[in-house]
Design a protein around this ligand. Structure first.
Ligand SMILES: [Zn+2]
Length: 155
C-alpha cells in the first residue's frame, strides 16, 4: 500500500520512474527529478544518476510502470564494444536525469529477455516509451549518434 501525499499539481511535475532500492531491495516509485529521491519503502535516498543494473523481472516491471522513457543497455562483461559504451551511458544518465531512465541488463545472466526481443548482437540499446519499443540502436555508437536516434523518445 502506498499513500499519495502529493497534490495533483505537484504530481504533474514529477518524473516518476521505478527503481530498485539498494538498501531494502524494494522496487519503488521515485521522482527522478529529485537530487536523490527517497525510497517509498525505507526512506533512504536512492542514487539515480547512473545506469541501473536490472534482472529480467525488474526490466519488465520498470519498462511497464516507469512514467519516463527507459533506455536499456543489453551488454555482457566480456564484450569490448559494450565497455566502450559504458562511459557514454554514464554521461547520459547524469545529463538526462529526470527525463530518461537508463538500465543495463546482463545478457548472459538473463538471456530470455534478449531472446524475447530478438537481440542478436551486443551491445544493443533499446528505448521504451509507455512500455513500447520506441528506438533500437545496434552496436556501439558515439553519443551524438545515440542522441540522434533518441530524439523522438526524448522530446
Ligand atoms: Zn528502500
Amino acid at each position: 500500500m502506498t499513500q499519495t501525499t502529493h497534490s495533483p499539481d505537484a504530481h504533474a511535475h514529477q518524473a516518476l520512474g521505478v527503481v530498485r532500492c539498494p538498501f531494502c531491495g524494494a522496487l519503488t516509485g521515485a521522482d527522478l527529478n529529485a537530487g536523490a529521491p527517497s525510497c517509498s519503502g525505507c526512506g533512504k535516498p536512492v542514487l539515480i544518476d547512473r545506469p541501473m543494473p536490472v534482472s529480467d523481472d525488474d526490466f519488465h516491471r520498470i519498462v511497464r510502470e516507469s512514467k519516463l522513457p527507459v533506455l536499456v543497455d543489453f551488454y555482457a562483461d566480456w564484450c569490448g564494444p559494450c565497455r566502450m559504451m559504458a562511459p557514454v551511458l554514464d554521461d547520459m544518465a547524469r545529463e538526462y536525469k529526470g527525463r530518461l531512465q537508463i538500465l543495463k541488463l546482463d545478457t548472459d545472466r538473463f538471456p530470455e529477455v534478449s531472446a524475447g526481443l530478438g537481440i542478436r548482437g551486443i551491445p544493443t540499446m533499446i528505448a521504451f516509451k509507455d512500455g513500447q519499443e520506441a528506438a533500437r540502436i545496434v552496436g556501439a555508437a558515439p553519443k551524438a549518434m545515440l542522441l540522434d536516434q533518441l530524439k523522438d523518445v526524448l522530446k
